[in-house]
Design a binder for this molecule. Structure first.
Ligand code: NDP
Length: 323
């Protein structure tokens, strides 16, 4: 198609934005023209202007236009894709309720602005943390947009889980299929290897349970912290990459399971309505939660624990009047 895809990115002047925008403009979502709509808070707009100068200086053939601003209604006008990256970072002395409340204001406002201004086919992906609950807030404040158009990012956990397994077994990542992250994007997320295939054989039969419990899951869960320790800054390029992977697959379809945090329809006993990660496939721009997967007791227990975290967050934002 030659009509530009209108893509909004919030928090566009941040670390993740700095990786994300250049890849979007280079055609990462597909070989079609793209128009970028970049939202920032007022104080970050001068810095965002510098990023736009750099986008100009790349002379990207597919970049049909860039608009920046601090008003979500204007920026979200007519967009078919919204990547909600900007969020309030947790500051010294802030507890989880403070964080949920600060972000609640951002995501209620953005949900309403999407509801009133985005294109009818809009797909919304939340990367800003706490991503699953921020997505729930935005979704709840956008009654005219079907719930299933609100997703949150667990693809980075998925990609991390894939590479850690590939390294353990000494195979390329392309040998791995049917891997999936379940639950919340926090340290309770659960990568299920019991349904994963490596080179046509069960992954779980090629590793032992102690490795899964004591090494694999903790390594994937604490990877963000390990990166902060090593590079003195949080993961940004890989978070941008995962954001692109998720949206690319949602728009263009999948050939294998991918991990997507989506509003639960009650599948696998996951509380209906919360935004939780599931193995999904995508056809014609619509995702489906993979059905008929057998979960063992270990998996069921881990998933229930992560779902309990999501329920706790939901209860808190409900109490704050955000949903
Ligand atoms: P980043 O670009 O590094 O991160 C943005 C958000 O993504 C954070 O909430 C961060 O969570 C989250 N995130 C999700 N996965 C990851 C991951 N694997 N690694 C790192 N982060 C991850 O933050 P910056 O502070 O550089 O930039 C944020 C920008 O957002 C600022 O420019 C700010 O002005 C803007 N902002 C814009 C708003 C708007 O457009 N209305 C509203 C609020 C902020 P975590 O905090 O847990 O690391």
């Amino acid at each position: 198609s030659t009509t530009p895809l209108k893509v909004a990115v919030t928090g566009a002047a941040g670390q993740i934005g700095y990786s994300l925008l250049f890849r979007l403009a280079a055609g990462a979502l597909g070989d079609r023209p793209i128009e970028l709509r970049l939202l920032e808070i007022e104080p970050a707009l001068p810095s965002l202007e510098g990023v736009v100068m750099e986008l100009d200086d790349c002379a990207f053939p597919l970049l049909a236009g860039v608009e920046i601003g601090a008003d979500p209604a204007a920026i979200f006008s007519g967009v078919s894709v919204a990547m909600l990256v900007g969020a309030m970072p947790r500051k010294e002395g802030m507890d989880r309720a403070d964080l949920l409340s600060a972000n609640g204001k951002i995501f209620t406002g953005q949900g309403k602005a999407l509801n009133d201004n985005a294109a009818d086919d809009v797909k919304v992906l939340v990367t800003g943390n706490p991503a699953n609950t921020n997505a729930l807030i935005a979704m709840s404040n956008a009654p005219d947009i079907p719930n299933e158009r609100f997703n949150a990012l667990t693809r980075l956990d998925h990609n991390r889980a894939k590479t850690q397994l590939a390294k353990k077994l000494g195979v390329p990542v392309t040998e791995i299929s049917q891997l999936a992250i379940w639950g919340n994007h926090d340290d309770s997320m659960y990568p299920d290897l019991f349904n994963t295939m490596v080179g046509g054989k069960s992954a779980a039969e090629q590793v032992d349970q102690a490795w899964i419990t004591d090494e694999y899951i903790p390594t994937v869960a604490t990877r963000g912290g390990a990166i902060i320790k090593a590079r003195g800054a949080s993961s940004a390029a890989s978070a941008a990459n995962a954001t692109i992977d998720h949206m690319h697959d949602w728009l263009n379809g999948t050939s294998d399971w991918v991990s997507m945090s989506v509003p639960s329809d009650g599948s696998y006993g996951v509380t209906e309505g919360i935004v939780s990660s599931f193995p999904c496939t995508v056809t014609d721009g619509q995702y489906e939660i993979v059905q008929g997967i057998e979960l063992n007791d270990f998996s069921k227990e881990r998933i229930a624990a992560s779902v309990a975290r999501l329920e706790g967050e939901r209860d808190q934002v409900k109490q704050l009047g955000l949903i």
